[in-house]
Design a protein around this ligand. Structure first.
Ligand SMILES: *Cc1c(COP(=O)(O)O)cnc(C)c1O
Length: 386
């Protein structure tokens, strides 16, 4: 089946008991056992609930994995997966990984004796050189945030397999519509479903999908043991969002492509980062491992002052952290996602004071373009007048 069909027919479309056209919210924490000797499929809702189960089945199908799991946030999902590791284990993680993931890896796990080296996963040789005899996990985010660097998934997964290293891919930016790491032999996919999967800036959620039974059992055990499950109301909202994932992401990606082209022709813009541009260093690799370029792009205005001007005049995108919603979202990495990073380190990584990240929503291209244009023109006039 094609993705657009599958996204609607994954087992989350009809209530098996009543035929209701959407899975009901089973607002129950515990389940009556009709026979104490033959327990039913559900006993206590931390361990399982039919509404959550429907979502978990849906994401497992879409990511082409064996088991899906829903968590209270993307960070709850990622942290639970990290509990697969033990004292003495060493992890390799993409350098520009999500800030919250960086925080857990650098401030929490070291207390448990699990250490991490952050490497440029776009460069397989650098990853190879960083492997130690205790390296047990490789966590990749591709494309990365906010510079959209592409890490070569097939090569990295192959390298990890040679060293019995578990490969985990954060697939938040592209979703299974555009990239399916398990089909490339990765072991685990994680998501902040807060972003494109739920898609409406109204719910915080996380998802995990495993490539095989054994990992499925281990994550299932950890989900129940640690308990950071997604509540049933939020499961329902994520399923509601998921049904239109393909439609939303298709339109947003097309608009993002047009905006990236347009931005790269503006003299106010120093550089544009979008894997759909043939000038992007990861363009060819992206075409090899994904079905598209997604709806997030970044651009550099050259200075913090020009960013401030633009942000104060732009009318359509909301100015906020987060991404992957029906409305466009403009973020300022220097003061938002990467504020904790020392300025020199930030600049070294290309996250300059002039950099803005745009998550493109469902507005019309021309309206977004005209809005950015008026916001930039004003900032240009001011620049000249100074
Ligand atoms: C937002 C995000 C997370 C964290 O997810 P939450 O739902 O905010 O906990 C993890 N990875 C990426 C790539 C993200 O964008």
């Amino acid at each position: 089946m094609h993705f657009e069909t599958k996204v609607l027919h994954t087992g989350n479309e009809i209530d098996p008991n009543t035929g209701a056209a959407s899975v009901p919210i089973y607002q129950a924490s515990t389940f009556h056992q009709f026979s104490i000797d033959q327990p039913g499929p559900y006993d206590y809702a931390r361990s399982g609930n039919p509404t959550r189960h429907a979502l978990e089945q849906a994401i497992a199908t879409l990511e082409e994995g064996t088991h899906g799991f829903a968590f209270a946030s993307g960070m709850a999902a990622i942290s639970t997966v990290l509990f697969l590791f033990s004292q003495g284990d060493h992890l390799l993680v993409s350098q520009d990984v999500y800030g919250g993931t960086y925080r857990v890896l650098s401030e929490v796990l070291p207390r448990l004796g699990i250490t991490t080296d952050f490497v440029d996963t776009a460069d397989v040789e650098k990853v190879k050189a960083a492997i130690q005899h205790r390296t047990r996990g490789l966590l990749i985010e591709t494309p990365s945030n906010p510079l959209l660097k592409v890490s070569p998934l097939p090569e990295l997964i192959d390298l990890a397999k040679q060293h019995q290293i578990l490969t985990i891919v954060d697939n938040t930016f592209l979703t299974p519509y555009l990239q399916r790491p398990l089909s490339l032999d990765a072991d685990i996919v994680v998501h902040s479903a807060t972003k494109f999967i739920a898609g409406h800036s109204d719910v915080v959620a996380g998802l995990v999908v495993t490539a095989n039974e054994e990992l499925g059992e281990r994550i299932g055990f950890l989900q129940n043991a640690l308990g950071s499950i997604l509540g049933v109301q939020d499961c329902w909202l994520v399923m509601r969002g998921l049904k239109t994932l393909q439609t939303r992401l298709k339109v947003s990606s097309e608009t993002a492509g047009k905006l990236a082209e347009w931005l790269s022709q503006q003299r106010e813009v120093k550089s544009v980062y979008y894997t759909g541009l043939s000038s992007h260093p990861g363009h060819q690799q992206q075409l090899r491992q994904a079905d598209g370029h997604g709806a997030v792009l970044s651009f550099d205005l050259g200075s913090g002052n020009r960013v401030r001007e633009l942000l104060s005049r732009v009318r359509l995108p909301i100015v906020a952290v987060s991404l992957g919603a029906v409305e466009s979202i403009l973020s300022y990495p220097a003061l938002m996602s990467h504020a904790a990073m020392p300025a020199e380190v930030r600049e070294q990584h290309g996250i300059t004071d002039g950099l803005l990240r745009l998550s493109v929503g469902l507005e019309h291209f021309e309206d977004l373009r005209d809005d950015l244009k008026q916001a930039m023109e004003v900032s240009n006039t001011i620049q000249v007048g100074q």
